[in-house]
Write a protein that binds this ligand. Structure first.
Ligand code: BEZ
Ligand code: FE
Length: 312
C-alpha cells in the first residue's frame, strides 16, 4: 500500500474532478476551498483509520446538528468563531488600526428589530425575581470624543440563562424580553435597567452537548451581555461584557472572554441609594464605555452578514 492513498495520482485526480477543478466555469475560489476540504477529509480518514461505520455516524451527527439548529452553537464551542475574531484583529492590526473596544463573538442568539429607544431603556419586560442591574456608559471615538446618535443594540439571557425567542421552557419569554436598541443621547451616552443575567448552557440533550461530553467538556458560558454598536462613519463593533465574579469567567465553552470586556460590577446596599433608584432591595451597576474605530477604505469589512431570526 502506498504511504498515503490520498496522495496517489488516482485519488488526487478524483478529488480535482470532485471539486470541479477540471471544468471551466463555476467559482474558482470555491472550487479550491472544496478541493482542500475533500483532501483533508480523505487524509483524516486515512490517518485515523476512520471506518465507514464511524464516517456515517459523523454524517448522521452533522445532519442532526443542522436539524436541531445547533450549527451556530458548535462553531463557537470549537473555538472557530473566536478564530474569526483573531483573524479580523490581525487584519486590522496589519492595516494599522489601533485601539477601540475589543470585539468578541456574536453567538447564535441575536434576533433583529428589537424595540428602539432614545438614550435609555428598560430591558426586562417579563417580571422575574432577579438582581436589578443598571448599565450605563458613553460611546466614544478612539480619541475619547462622544458619539451621539450611535445605536447600542443589546441582548442578554434571563436569570435562568435563556434568551427570548430561543427559550425552550413551558412559559417562554416575550419575543423581545431583554433585547433593545438604544440610541445614544446628545452626549453619546446610553443607559439601561435590566436584571442580572445567568450564563447560558447548551441544551443538555442536544447534539452540541453530546459532542462536548465526548470531549470531556462542559457546554456553559459565564453570564454576559451582548452588544452591536454602530454609528455612521464608524466601524460596527460586535462585543460582549462579562459579569465580573462569575466562576466560569475564564472557562467559557465559547471562548469569548477577553481582556477589556470585564467591567467592574458594583453592588449597592445603601438604603438611601436604593430609595433614590425607586427600589426596595440592593442592586448592581456597571459602567462601560464603548470606543469605536473610524471607518477607512483600507480596512477589512467590519459588518458581518449572517442569517438572523426575526420575532414576527
Ligand atoms: C451566547 O452568546 O450565549 C452563546 C454563544 C455561543 C454559543 C452559545 C451561546
Ligand atoms: Fe449570549
Amino acid at each position: 500500500m502506498p504511504e498515503s492513498l490520498t496522495d496517489t495520482p488516482e485519488v488526487q485526480q478524483l478529488l480535482r474532478r470532485a471539486a470541479g477543478l477540471d471544468q471551466p466555469g463555476g467559482d474558482e475560489r470555491l472550487k479550491r476551498i472544496v478541493h482542500r476540504v475533500a483532501i483533508e477529509m480523505c487524509r483524516i480518514v486515512e490517518e485515523f483509520d476512520v471506518t465507514p461505520t464511524e464516517f456515517w455516524a459523523a454524517c448522521g451527527y452533522l445532519t442532526r446538528l443542522g436539524q436541531a439548529n445547533e450549527v451556530g452553537l458548535l462553531v463557537p464551542g470549537l473555538a472557530v468563531e473566536s478564530f474569526l475574531d483573531i483573524v479580523m484583529d490581525e487584519k486590522e492590526r496589519r492595516a494599522g488600526l489601533q485601539g477601540g473596544t475589543p470585539r468578541t463573538i456574536e453567538g447564535p442568539l441575536y434576533i433583529t428589530d428589537a424595540p428602539f429607544e432614545r438614550g435609555e431603556a428598560r430591558l426586562d419586560q417579563d417580571p422575574e425575581d432577579g438582581e436589578v442591574l443598571f448599565v450605563e456608559g458613553q460611546v466614544q471615538d478612539t480619541a475619547g470624543t462622544p458619539v451621539p446618535g450611535a445605536i447600542v443594540d443589546v441582548w442578554h439571557a434571563n436569570t435562568k440563562g435563556f434568551y427570548s425567542f430561543f427559550d425552550p421552557t413551558p412559559t417562554p419569554q416575550s419575543p423581545y424580553n431583554l433585547r433593545r436598541r438604544i440610541e445614544t443621547d446628545a452626549e453619546g451616552c446610553y443607559r439601561f435597567r435590566t436584571i442580572m443575567p445567568s450564563g447560558y448552557g447548551c441544551p443538555p440533550d442536544g447534539p452540541t452537548q453530546q459532542l462536548l461530553d465526548r470531549l470531556g467538556r462542559h457546554g456553559k458560558r459565564p453570564a454576559h451581555v451582548h452588544f452591536f454598536v454602530e454609528a455612521p462613519g464608524f466601524r460596527k463593533l460586535t462585543t460582549q461584557i462579562n459579569i465580573a465574579g462569575d466562576p466560569l469567567l475564564h472557562d467559557d465553552f465559547a471562548f469569548a472572554t477577553r481582556d477589556g470586556l470585564i467591567p467592574e460590577l458594583v453592588r449597592h446596599t445603601d438604603p438611601a441609594e436604593i430609595e433614590a433608584r425607586g427600589l426596595n432591595e440592593p442592586f448592581a451597576t456597571i459602567k462601560f464605555d464603548f470606543e469605536l474605530n473610524r471607518e477607512a477604505a483600507n480596512l477589512p469589512e467590519a459588518v458581518v452578514v449572517r442569517e438572523h431570526a426575526k420575532a414576527e
